[in-house]
Write a protein that binds this ligand. Structure first.
Ligand SMILES: [Zn+2]
Ligand SMILES: [Zn+2]
Length: 317
């Protein structure tokens, strides 16, 4: 075997390092986790700065997948240096505005800035096709100007929409996305998703009440991301806030789901706070009913899933 000169070793090191830095930007590094999950928005319709509305990025192998496109998802993607041009597919859990209102910005500004040249795959419940068609009509003037005046490639502004049923909805490069029905009250259909890659998985609940079907599909997952609504114990059925609680999972119900699913880690996202309830109470009431690992999600909190599941908080918000 020829001996490597010092220059050759340095060149090799630079090449490998550069490759690694490049890989880190848009997809997972070769020796990194199997799946990386980043919360882009952990909030609800409430227009607050600390929690943007629902959106989660899942990077698995070579795939970059976005789940829901709530308020501010484009800004959050910019913060973690992921370009709209690199998103392989968008999966919608349901069509409530707190899960879709970031779409026009993500799509149009994302297209303009990233110079994307291929359509975006969009998966969602019945009604998704109509919503996406209307969005293109609503922004027809901008699209025309960007194509004719700014010379953007029109294909990059298009969508490839598929309305889904329960089951495998996406399979590419070893990454599998399974949709399952959840119970969001009157809002039907509403889906949760399970993403699998290399023997590991993450499950996203979407918006749901306590759901046995979710427990079935989530069993044995590494990371369970679940919504929650926290309200006073005394909230009566006649209270005007009760219908909100009735569309979501209470803290005690979420703890029961965690106990049944037994994930390596559970994380709350889409935290509905009713009548001034707060995170401290959420922590206390969950701990009283569940002894496993769990965290209360924050925007830009990320999770690395491999043989273990680790959590990182965002430092530079
Ligand atoms: Zn909803
Ligand atoms: Zn919601």
């Amino acid at each position: 075997m020829p001996r490597l000169s010092l220059t050759m070793i340095i060149s090799l090191f630079v090449l490998v390092s550069f490759g690694q830095i490049k890989a880190n930007k848009d997809s997972l590094p070769v020796n990194g986790p199997d799946i990386k999950v980043t919360f882009l928005g952990t909030g609800t319709p409430q227009p607050i700065m600390e929690r943007f509305s629902a959106s989660t990025l899942v990077q698995a192998g070579s795939e970059t997948l976005l789940f829901d496109a709530g308020r501010g998802c484009l800004q959050r993607l910019l913060q973690i240096d992921v370009s709209y041009g690199k998103i392989d597919a968008l999966f919608l859990t349901h069509l409530h505005s707190d899960h879709t209102v970031g779409l026009p910005d993500l799509w149009l500004t994302g297209w303009l800035i990233s110079r994307r040249t291929i359509p975006l795959n969009v998966f969602g419940p019945a009604g998704t096709n109509e919503m996406m068609n209307y969005l293109r009509k609503a922004y027809a003037f901008d699209i025309k100007m960007r194509v004719e005046d700014d010379r953007r490639v029109e294909e990059g502004s298009k969508f490839l929409v598929k309305e889904i049923q329960q089951g495998v909805v996406y399979e590419k490069s070893g990454v599998k996305v399974i949709a399952f029905l959840v119970d969001h009250g009157y809002v039907k259909p509403a889906f949760g998703y399970r993403v699998e890659y290399n023997g590991h998985s993450v499950v996203l609940s979407g918006d749901t009440k306590y759901s046995e079907n979710l427990i079935t599909f989530a069993k044995g997952t590494d990371l369970l991301v679940h919504e929650v609504a926290i309200a006073p114990d005394t909230l009566s059925k006649s209270d005007p806030m009760y219908p909100i609680l009735a569309h979501h999972t209470t803290v005690e119900e979420a703890a029961k789901v965690f106990n049944d699913v037994k994930p390596k880690l559970a994380a709350y996202s889409h935290i509905v706070k009713i009548y001034g309830r707060n995170e401290q109470e959420l922590l206390r009431r969950t701990k009283a009913n569940y002894s496993g690992r769990f965290v209360i999600g924050e925007d830009l909190m990320s999770f690395s899933i491999g043989d273990t599941v680790t959590v990182s908080q965002w430092q530079n918000k």
